[in-house]
Write a protein that binds this ligand. Structure first.
Ligand code: Q46
Ligand code: ZN
Ligand code: ZN
Length: 315
């Protein structure tokens, strides 16, 4: 297989785009496509400041790398969840992020360690509160969202970027469609505008790249990332949806992309407009973040409970 641009040996063949490229032209194409998506969906401008949530995985590190290469003002945020899972998952993922930053002088990384900041690791918090039936994902998601919003607000960032790729987005879309969660569908997209003053808009510059495309970028650029998924991801519904969509894709090239782009078109045409909930948001008296409930937000309530229970059990 030859590169369409220079006839050198192709390193990747993207059948859904009918495009095979060599290393040099693939990396060039990847940067240009990211830039195109950022502009098309009006994610942010070069004058704005972007906070990239990095987990140590390929997508988020590749995203940070690309944004810096494109000349955007992008800082990183790493959240230490305190997850071991027998493989030292958090320790390993932090190591990858640290090395990434070390190799690129001038980058700024914010680090928030959940245990030392809030009083317990994510698995401990899940265990003592039994939130999510003891499975950490519910308290983990709540905590990550809170920290991302807080750091973005305190640091005066305009946008908060995550490395979600097309496989992630198509799986979420599939789940939302399967259950006709129209409220979620109305809010899914490459850009989620700030819902409250002081909050950053949320953006996903990689949402139109297949996972193998972001993986190829990370590999070809020599980014060292953590291959393992979080140990708690096993058995998640989103993984099952990804498998179903992979089977569909294997038979119909481009099916995932069509599914996602068709959804974005429908959304643009206002198909989900009536589902756009006009929820009245209140301000949490403890942390100042928006919340749909009266009084303390779910994050503050949960973590007050975690600290109380951890203190009681250590007496
Ligand atoms: S939510 Fe669950 Fe993830 Fe948190 S505990 Fe791991 S799998 S990291 S995206
Ligand atoms: Zn080429
Ligand atoms: Zn709060």
């Amino acid at each position: 297989m030859k590169c369409r641009k220079c006839s050198a040996k192709a390193v990747i063949n993207m059948r859904q785009h009918k495009l095979a490229l060599c290393k040099e032209h693939y990396l060039e194409w990847f940067l240009a496509q990211t830039e195109r998506f950022i502009r098309k969906y009006r994610m942010f401008t070069p004058e704005e400041r972007v906070l990239v949530a990095v987990s140590g995985g390929k997508d988020s590190l590749a995203l940070w790398d690309v944004l810096v290469k494109l000349g955007y003002q992008a800082d990183g945020l790493y959240i230490g969840l305190g997850i071991d899972g027998g493989v030292g998952y958090s320790a390993q993922s932090y190591e990858k992020v640290r090395k990434f930053v070390e190799a690129r002088p001038g980058l700024h990384l914010e680090v928030v360690d959940v245990a030392s900041t809030y009083g317990a690791t994510i698995p401990t918090a899940a265990r003592v509160t039994r939130r999510g039936k003891g499975k950490p994902c519910s308290v983990c998601g709540l905590t990550k969202r809170h920290i991302m919003n807080r750091v973005a607000r305190d640091g005066g960032y305009d946008a908060l970027a995550t490395g979600h790729n097309l496989d992630d987005e198509a799986a979420v879309l599939f789940g939302n469609t399967l259950h006709w969660q129209v409220g979620y569908l109305a809010r899914q997209g490459p850009v989620l505008p700030a819902s409250h003053e002081g909050l950053a808009r949320k953006v996903k510059p990689f949402c139109r790249f297949y996972e193998r495309e972001t993986a190829a970028y990370a590999l070809l650029t020599g980014i060292d990332y953590i291959y393992e998924e979080c140990p708690y991801a096993a058995g998640a519904r989103s993984i099952y949806y990804k498998e179903v969509l992979n089977r569909l894709e294997a038979e119909r090239r481009g099916a995932k992309l069509q599914f996602y782009l068709g959804f974005l078109r429908a959304r643009e045409q206002g198909v989900f407009q009536s589902a756009q909930e006009q929820v009245q948001l209140n301000t949490c008296p403890t942390c100042g973040q928006p919340t749909a409930v009266e009084g303390q937000c779910a994050f503050c309530r949960t973590w007050d409970q975690v600290r109380e229970r951890v203190a009681a059990s250590s007496v």
